[in-house]
Ligand binder design. Structure first.
Ligand code: G3H
Length: 487
């Protein structure tokens, strides 16, 4: 409900974009700074959320749904006016092209509108009567309490709002820890949050996530943990809560989505979709294709078409026109890519494209790595960057086993023509992942579709409507129904 002055330590925000310093050395551009709070200041934010929720008796959780929708609409109107500022901040902070940053902004606005629409249609605008065996119940969706919300750096606005907005609209209070990369972009919205929501309903906790997030959870006052990020971090955080089994978790986690390219696939289509699937936003998408399994009969044709298309991609600064590959968030991230690539090469793989794997500061030139084997880290580890591992197979079971034995279970892409074969494979694959994409790349949208995963890839489902369910519980008011006595 208020923006507090901050006299404590601050942290610089560095851009993926590199500039020359006074000594002519290339260094990541400094964009600004944000408060670098301590555990103590994060607990102030948590206490504000707990007080606002007031064990379900607060202004926000008891407000009529239609009034909560009005508050979100007020916020939406203010946010819509910030399109230019927020899109440019996304571009500078995470290195996404300006066009894709604008797309992220627009998709988020649509997501909020769709959430409002979905809530109006959910259980007859959130509550409905049922009469069963002489009992009448008014069943409604009610909030869960305090939600601790963390979004990822690759979709800092969109994926944060995919949990924050449903959590708020269902009447919860929120403590939001912004991503380490992608934090300044929320500043244009701070006043809008203050104006649209009662005090304490939405609170920002700035600081070192590794320190403050476990401290918040260990209080036992957080009812829902929602994180779009790493499986390892999620496992650790859930254990920190003193009553782990009482903590609801809504998680979007690691994935290692594979494409299977069958001998009868349309090779041009498969190569185009796999290129976009593997390298959009430099491969930094949980839904990215992170392993290409190509049938031996079409291996030659597929790889040469893939490499031809890759040769047309431009790498450069995110504002430059026609650029699709941009700098990684830090030189450390580029180093991680080099380590994964070196490991694959040391174990027998080659880089198929000339210049692949070259590094210039935060720019990492995409590398097509072949043949990948189970001896390499790239075989199972999620690269989350511009490395494209290719394996070939002759026996279809090898490809199917790769998916079936993975610790991840988000999506798969299947490229083939024979409808009978497609049908049989899809029926089997859909029991191992949560979305089978036929002749197209893996992706999350349209956002009204269920977005989730099996095994280590997710917990709970995030679609527009499922998210409303994830952040609420069905409760009811009941009484005995008696027929009016006849005269
Ligand atoms: O990083 C994970 C995102 O949910 C991917 O979304 O498929 O729309 O790029 P997307």
């Amino acid at each position: 409900g208020e923006i507090r002055d901050w006299a404590g330590p601050t942290k610089d925000v560095l851009s993926p974009v590199m500039v020359r310093d006074d000594n002519g050395r290339l260094t990541q551009a400094r964009l600004g700074s944000h408060p670098f709070g301590s555990v103590e200041s994060a607990l102030v934010a948590l206490d504000a959320a707990v007080t606002a929720y007031e064990n379900g008796r607060g202004v926000w959780p008891t407000m009529r749904v239609s009034d909560r929708i009005l508050a979100i609409q007020k916020f939406l109107a203010r946010m819509s006016a910030c399109r230019g500022d927020i899109s440019r901040l996304i571009m500078w902070e995470i290195g996404k092209t300006l066009a894709d940053s604008e797309k992220e902004f627009d998709r988020t606005i649509d997501y909020i509108r769709e959430t409002i629409e979905a809530l109006r249609n959910l259980d007859n605008a959130n509550s409905h009567f049922e009469i069963v065996e002489g009992t009448v119940g008014l069943i409604r969706r009610t909030p869960l309490g305090v939600v601790l919300c963390m979004g990822p750096y690759n979709y800092p606005l969109n994926e944060t709002f995919a949990t924050l907005i449903p959590a708020l609209i269902m009447g919860n209070s929120v403590v939001f820890k912004p991503p380490r990369t992608g934090v300044l972009l929320f500043e244009p919205l701070l006043n809008a949050f203050c104006e649209a929501f009662p005090p304490g309903v939405i609170n920002f906790a700035y600081g070192d996530g590794a320190e403050i997030v476990p401290a918040l959870l260990s209080t036992g006052k957080v009812n829902v943990l929602t994180l779009i990020g790493s499986s390892r971090v999620a496992d650790h955080l859930k254990k920190v809560h003193p009553k782990t089994n009482r903590l609801r978790a809504v998680l979007g986690l690691d994935a290692k989505n594979a494409a299977i390219i069958m001998p009868d696939a349309d090779i041009g289509l498969a190569a185009r979709e796999c290129l976009a699937g593997a390298l959009s936003f430099n491969g930094q998408r949980c839904t990215a294709l992170k392993m290409l399994l190509v049938h031996r009969n079409v291996e030659q044709a597929f790889t040469s078409e893939f490499l031809r298309l890759l040769g047309d991609l431009k790498i450069g600064m995110p504002w430059a026109s026609g650029v699709s590959l941009t700098p990684l968030p830090s030189t450390g991230k580029a180093k991680q890519m080099t380590e994964l690539l070196d490991d694959a090469v040391a174990n027998g793989a080659g880089v198929l494209n000339a210049g692949g794997g070259a590094v210039e500061g935060t720019l990492f030139y995409p590398a097509v790595v072949y043949p990948v084997t189970s001896a390499m880290r790239l075989y199972r580890e999620e690269q989350f960057g511009p490395l494209v591992p290719i394996m070939s197979f002759e026996d279809l079971d090898v490809a199917l086993d790769y998916v079936a034995t993975s610790e991840h279970g988000q999506q798969v892409s299947l490229f083939a023509s024979d409808p009978d074969m497609i049908g049989r494979m899809a029926d089997s694959l859909v029991n191992q992942v949560c979305r089978v994409n036929i002749n197209c790349q893996c992706q999350r949208g349209p956002d009204v579709f269920p977005f989730t995963g099996r095994k280590d890839s997710a917990e709970g489902t995030l679609s527009v409507t499922d998210a409303l369910r994830s952040f609420s519980i069905r409760s009811m008011v009941a009484t005995k129904y008696t027929q009016p006595a006849r005269e």
